[in-house]
Ligand binder design. Structure first.
Ligand code: NAD
Ligand code: MG
Length: 390
């Protein structure tokens, strides 16, 4: 039960990997948090269970068809329920002090924006929202006085090392990449890789979409775009370095040649806790590093030939306008097709490339325009997929 002075929190995407880690931290100290709203796509049982455990005020599913089942599951609990995309926006608008934005993909755009417009603290895991609408998101945060805290481990690491009062002192930002499950594989061998092989990340346990993105290195490319929106540093000062152990989560090099890094075991509860406690720190059950047992840390240059997503993403960000939103939408379509066995592993970046070539609308100025571009880019990507597989 939340105590006096408890912090009100909302979790958008409560049933996912990040959502579960966030709930784990919150449920360890229930007296400190007052859970306002929890949302999910269509996992009613898990959402209802979390809502009951945390005594949430509101629970919402994105899929309208799941609304009656959710209402049934929470009947008599006193927890209000909602269904459909507007219900997620409603959840985001309930005025929680702290909101975790952890919906995967462009589906998180509107609720994440609604949370930012509330002017409180938003812990952002939903990287696709920043990729598609980064300029609008960061502008909304500024306009409404919201605090935007990065959850993605790399960005959280950079945030912890960044000289926020003097960004001109940054010479380089080094985004570390594990290299994914196919780090050492040649391109021909990648062609036959299955979804089960692609989602087997060497270090992190995550949702399926981001796991496939980690295998294509699209995840690192999306993170480059995410970082360029979050930190006021020119794009050419962001570099990617492959670091297979995922112990260094990212680094900031200052003009004097110092390199600051944040290290830890790969457990998302560490960056999530940082955003929950910010500007303080809170105790977590996460263990520290045993350096003697680790023995060594390795580094490699990334290979843009085997992993074309690296170049695609950097070019899309440099071109700006609608390009990052198109890239993101095409990637979501391609990853879903790959997971459903309708596209091969190497087709993923090919579909993204073709969509970027075939669709070139003007830059979006509003969230609705971003959503329109996203919808059209999905159609173009599906068309590209059909011609490739045919
Ligand atoms: P996940 O697939 O495990 O969970 C996604 C959540 O979003 C679930 O609660 C699901 O119900 C909800 N959701 C899915 N589709 C939806 C839709 N159409 N409408 C509304 N809700 C929907 O994903 P995850 O691994 O927790 O990742 C969430 C976000 O955090 C992603 O953007 C991912 O890139 C980012 N992220 C994840 C990790 C990680 O370790 N898992 C690390 C860094 C960043
Ligand atoms: Mg990351």
């Amino acid at each position: 039960m939340a105590g006096a002075g408890a912090r009100s929190v909302t979790i958008l995407g409560a049933t996912g990997s990040i959502g579960a880690s966030t709930l784990d931290l919150i449920e360890r100290e229930p007296e400190r948090y007052d859970v306002v709203a929890l949302t999910a796509h269509r996992n009613v049982a898990e959402l209802a269970d979390a809502a009951r455990r945390t005594r949430a005020r509101f629970a919402a599913v994105a899929d309208v068809a799941c609304g009656p089942e959710l209402a049934d599951a929470l009947a008599g609990s006193g927890i209000a329920t909602g269904a459909g995309p507007e219900a997620l926006v409603e959840a985001a608008r309930m005025g929680a002090d702290w909101t975790m934005a952890a919906i995967v993909g462009c589906a998180g755009l509107a609720p994440t924006m609604a949370a930012l417009e509330g002017g409180r603290t938003v812990a952002l895991a939903n990287k696709e929202a920043l990729v598609s609408a980064g300029a609008l998101m960061t502008a909304a945060a500024r306009a409404h006085g919201a605090t935007l805290l990065p959850v993605d481990s790399e960005h959280n690491a950079i945030f912890q090392c960044f000289p926020h009062d003097a960004p001109e002192r940054v010479r380089r930002i080094l985004l570390t990449a594990s290299g994914g499950p196919f780090r050492t594989m040649d391109r021909e061998a990648m062609r036959g890789m299955t979804p089960a092989q692609a989602v087997k990340h060497p270090n992190w346990s995550m949702g399926t979409k981001i796991s496939v993105d980690s295998a294509t290195l699209m995840n690192k490319g999306l993170e480059l775009i995410e970082a360029a929106h979050l930190f006021p540093v020119p794009l050419d000062r962001f570099e990617i370095v492959v670091h297979p152990q995922s112990v260094i989560h990212s680094m900031v090099e200052t003009i004097d040649g110092s390199v600051l890094a944040q290290l830890g075991l790969p457990d998302m509860r560490v960056p999530i806790s940082y955003t929950l406690a910010w500007p303080e720190r809170m105790a977590t059950p996460c263990t520290g590093l045993d350096f003697a047992a680790l023995g060594r840390l390795d580094f490699e240059a990334p290979d843009p030939v085997r992993f074309p997503a690296l170049t695609l993403t950097r070019d899309a960000m440099a071109a700006g306008g609608a390009k990052p939103a198109i890239l993101n939408a095409a990637n979501e379509v391609a990853v879903a097709a790959f997971l459903e066995g309708r596209a091969g592993f190497l087709d993923i970046t090919e579909i993204v490339l073709k969509t970027l070539e075939r669709y070139d609308p003007p830059a979006p100025g509003t969230l609705n325009e971003v959503l329109g571009i996203d919808a059209r880019a999905r159609e173009v990507a599906r068309g590209a997929l059909e011609t490739m597989v045919a």
